[in-house]
Design a protein around this ligand. Structure first.
Ligand SMILES: NC(=O)c1ccc[n+]([C@@H]2O[C@H](COP(=O)([O-])OP(=O)(O)OC[C@H]3O[C@@H](n4cnc5c(N)ncnc54)[C@H](O)[C@@H]3O)[C@@H](O)[C@H]2O)c1
Length: 255
């Protein structure tokens, strides 16, 4: 019970990594305000976990404000803000990328972390809570994929946003950290990286551990970073990628 009595918000909690974090947080003793744009899936998760939920688009300020207000109303404070909601753009080469697709991905992946982080931090400062803010980044903060430019740029922005927020909020006792997953077995990865055998082999050939990660392996990091065990970590992005960022060659994948 490493998060006993803590109050957490998780965006993008209806499935995938956000859902895995919600499940682990509840198991570790936290109360969690669940949030997503997918109302149907969110309701089902909330009912299973016996936690409250609010449908909110993390890229819209009014929705974030409602999410924060509801959490304060229900629980009285915020200890942990997990800005996890994210989307990946449809692969398209740089010359054909549309402005609206760039704006959409930047808003959902990066602006959401600014809005959520700022609104949560304001409440933490107001109430004197020494909280933790966790932003979901990606190995694509560092690794370029030309057809996924908005995604990669949004995640690189998340890394620096985390750093800047950490320095700005340190004097208030608030830590800000990010997690940078490699390929994790969720809908997002199934659509974008593991959609067929050739794609799967391409991903695994760049993964020294020769497997994709499980959402629960990211949730474990989110528990650690939110807990007092990580009390001296701020500003960092912790990568969990099966070794991908250290790789300077491809490895054979036979099956
Ligand atoms: N799966 C991976 O391989 C991987 C790798 C690196 C980073 N990530 C990051 O992890 C996070 C979670 O991804 P996932 O793999 O679980 O994806 P997913 O598609 O399985 O889940 C994402 C969730 O976010 C929700 N969402 C989408 N737009 C939203 C919005 N505007 N406001 C609120 N919620 C919204 C979706 O409804 C969905 O429930 C994302 O930020 C993603 O970029 C994933």
């Amino acid at each position: 019970m490493r998060l006993k009595g803590k109050i957490a918000i998780i965006t993008g909690a209806a499935q995938g990594i956000g859902l895995a974090i919600a499940q682990r947080y509840v198991a570790e003793g936290a109360s969690v305000m669940l949030s997503d744009v997918n109302e149907q899936a969110l309701k089902a998760v909330a009912s299973t976990l016996a936690m409250p939920f609010i449908v909110a688009d993390a890229s819209i300020k009014a929705d974030i404000d409602a999410l924060i207000a509801r959490t304060i109303q229900d629980f009285g404070r915020i200890d942990i803000m997990v800005s996890n909601a994210g989307v990946i753009n449809d692969p398209v080469d740089f010359l054909n990328l549309k402005e609206e697709d760039y704006d959409r991905v930047m808003a959902i992946n990066l602006k959401s972390q600014f809005l959520g982080g700022q609104a949560a931090a304001r409440e933490m400062v107001r109430l004197g809570t020494q909280g933790v803010i966790i932003n979901m980044s990606s190995v694509n903060a560092r690794l370029a994929i030309p057809t996924l430019m908005p995604y990669a740029v949004s995640k690189a922005g998340s890394t620096q946003l985390t750093n800047v927020m950490a320095i700005g909020l340190a004097e208030h006792g608030i830590r800000v950290v990010a997690i940078g997953p490699g390929t994790i077995l969720t809908e997002l990865a199934r659509e974008a990286a593991l959609q067929d055998d050739a794609s799967r082999r391409r991903v695994l050939s760049r993964t020294p551990m020769r497997r994709a990660g499980e959402p629960s392996e990211i949730a474990s990091i989110a528990v650690f970073l939110a807990s007092d065990d990580a009390s001296y970590i701020t500003g960092q992005t912790i990568y969990a990628d099966g070794g991908r960022l250290g790789l300077n060659y491809t490895v054979p994948v036979n099956d």
